[in-house]
Design a protein. Structure first.
Length: 105
């Protein structure tokens, strides 16, 4: 079972980034921390595996999550969307976020 799901656009962008040879042997780390005001800050980037990491594969891509982030990220969905003209960003849709609103709302 995967901790996090991804849109087809997010996976396509991640795979494009992985095609760079320097990242081919490294997994993608996904992180989340909650601030004092209950805002969740997210991070995503290439990293090497640490001993206690939770590892999973989604559509052929290897991902890492620190045990500290598991509860915050469990059930999250990552998409890659155009925020403004020609400006695309990864976004996190996370039901664990106190400020989360379903896209259907």
């Amino acid at each position: 079972m995967n901790i996090i799901s991804f849109s087809p656009a997010a996976i396509a962008q991640i795979k494009t980034n992985i095609q760079d040879d320097k990242h081919s042997a490294i997994a993608l780390r996904i992180a989340a921390t909650m601030t004092a005001d209950e805002t969740i800050n997210y991070g995503i980037g290439f990293d090497e595996t640490k001993e206690d990491d939770v590892q999973f594969t989604y559509d052929g891509v290897n991902f890492l999550v620190s045990p500290d982030c598991l509860e915050l990220l469990n059930g999250a969905h990552i998409d890659y969307v155009e925020i403004e003209n020609d400006q695309h960003h990864f976004i996190f849709l996370n039901p664990n976020d106190p400020n989360y609103k379903s896209p259907k709302e």
